[in-house]
Design a protein around this ligand. Structure first.
Ligand code: NAP
Length: 453
């Protein structure tokens, strides 16, 4: 496996893959560590987790640079990502015990209650787009719950994967409670099938999710899947158009558009369509792309050249089928994996931009005449991750959010963000299960019923 800087094209490092006997040895060690780790108290785990929080904050510049080099994220977003990882460490350090305390249930028995028990080593298969955050939102609840973890990170961010493993030990955690496995996707099946692995969580694309879920199902192991999204944003007639356009563009351009919960489809009321389009295109056109270390730059390159080329193909195929390109839609000169902020309209069923996730800085505009039509367009997708509504009528928005939009979360007058306090996950082909909050930490627990007659 190799890490290639998507801005300079330079090969940063080659990483030999672990052999199957190396994998077996590591998994055995992590399983052994589980039997000791599960006996530790919450206050002891909290000490290590708070150490990890402190180290992340002290080293945030250095850690951010690894991300910038391996996948092209702009530096200020990379630093913010490390700060968010520190936050989740403190969140679970402070709340895990409360989330997992025994829960009494009233029955006719003398006593009955739920006891949450860790299940063992959980296998995490993770993507490159938030190379630290995606791992920490697995790692922090898993370790606080008394589980142990092994990580297979995306092949282009092995430097991040190894650095995260090292950070865990710098924080003082016992040996082997968390290990990185340098493997390709072809080795994932055998790891899931290993009897010492008790569950698997994958964040990534729907095809990867289907493959992992099929293997997990074949050996009756629990899986949690956080997959892609094509989040719709409804801009109603009474919305604050300035704020809506600004927030929609910010969400669309975060991480150069490579976020599962990025705003991707903008479904705009007929009466304000032209006004919104003008503001949206104007803000998108002001965004700059360039060296991710330059603080003036809005977006860096996409994470890999092949991903950039694939995105351009989705845009050009849609254009050839009748979509209008209002902005961008070309491959910039040079070796970097840049893609310019791009806006499409007149996108109709049958075009890639209508059905597929656009994983880059490409916004698609739709016009609606009735709210039923808006909901129909919003839900006409295999995905169901996040959604947004911009309007002054909060009560109406809450009804649309609760009963209309098919999504794991809906944000009103803001764009969707992950937050350790709130459950996160999707429906339909965006996956199943939840991360973050009390729901996330309970995913890999044995919810054990105890009854005393
Ligand atoms: P990806 O190709 O599915 O890769 C994700 C991870 O799965 C990588 O570690 C990859 O390993 C591995 N993988 C790929 N194919 C696999 C297979 N058939 N069996 C087992 N493992 C496999 O996705 P990506 O391009 O890295 O990430 C972008 C996708 O992730 C987007 O669809 C995005 O929306 C989604 N995502 C979702 C969330 C969420 O929380 N819902 C968050 C972030 C990203 P290799 O790198 O070795 O191929």
């Amino acid at each position: 496996m190799q890490s290639i800087n998507p801005f300079s094209g330079e090969i940063i490092n080659h990483y030999p893959k672990y052999s199957s006997s190396e994998l077996e040895q590591i998994i055995r060690k992590v399983d052994y560590a589980f039997h000791l780790w599960k006996q530790t108290r919450f206050d002891e785990r909290s000490i290590y987790m708070k150490n990890l929080q402190a180290i992340l904050l002290i080293k945030k510049e250095e850690l951010a640079d690894i991300m910038v080099a391996e996948m092209g994220k702009v530096k200020r977003e990379a630093v913010a990502e490390i700060e968010k990882c520190a936050h989740i460490c403190s969140f679970y350090a402070n709340n895990a015990e409360e989330f997992l305390k025994n829960k009494p249930i009233s029955t006719e028995a003398y006593e009955s209650y739920i006891s949450y028990q860790p299940i063992g080593t959980v296998f995490a298969v993770m993507p490159w787009n938030f190379p630290f955050w995606q791992v920490f939102r697995f790692l922090a609840p898993a370790l606080m719950a008394g589980n142990t973890g092994v990580l297979k990170h995306a092949s282009n961010v092995s430097g991040c994967a190894l650095r995260i493993e090292k950070l865990v030990y710098e924080a003082g955690f016992p040996e082997n409670v968390f290990r990185t496995l340098l493997i390709g996707s072809e080795a994932v099946k055998a790891v899931i099938e290993n009897p010492l692995i008790k569950a698997v969580t994958l964040t990534g694309s729907a095809p990867a999710g289907k493959s992992v879920a099929a293997t997990a199902g074949s050996v009756l192991k629990k899986s949690v899947l956080e997959l892609g999204g094509s989040d719709p944003y409804l801009i109603l007639e009474d919305a604050d158009l300035e704020a809506a356009a600004r927030l929609c563009v910010s969400s669309r351009l975060l991480d150069a558009g490579q976020s599962c919960i990025g705003a991707k489809r903008f479904i705009i009321a007929d009466q304000i369509y032209d006004q919104f389009r003008l503001k949206f295109v104007s803000l998108m056109s002001q965004a700059t792309f360039g060296n991710p270390l330059d603080p003036q730059i809005t977006i860096g390159p996409l994470a890999r050249l092949d991903l950039r080329n694939q995105l351009h193909l989705q845009v050009t195929k849609s254009r050839d089928l009748g979509a209008t390109v209002l902005l961008g839609g070309y491959i910039p000169d040079g070796e970097s994996a840049f893609y310019p902020p791009t806006v499409l309209e007149h996108v109709t069923p049958g075009m890639p931009a209508y059905h597929e996730e656009m994983f880059g800085p490409v916004g698609v505009l739709f016009r609606f005449k009735t709210e039923e039509e808006a909901i129909q367009i919003a839900n006409d997708t295999v995905f169901g991750l996040g959604a947004g509504i911009f309007t002054a009528d909060i009560e109406k928005a809450k009804v649309l959010a609760e009963k209309g939009l098919e999504a794991g979360c809906v944000f009103i007058n803001d764009f969707v963000k992950s937050d350790p306090r709130l459950p996160f996950g999707g429906i339909k082909e965006s996956g199943y299960g939840r991360e973050l909050s009390e729901f996330g930490i309970r995913e890999f627990m044995n919810i054990k019923t105890i009854l005393v007659k």
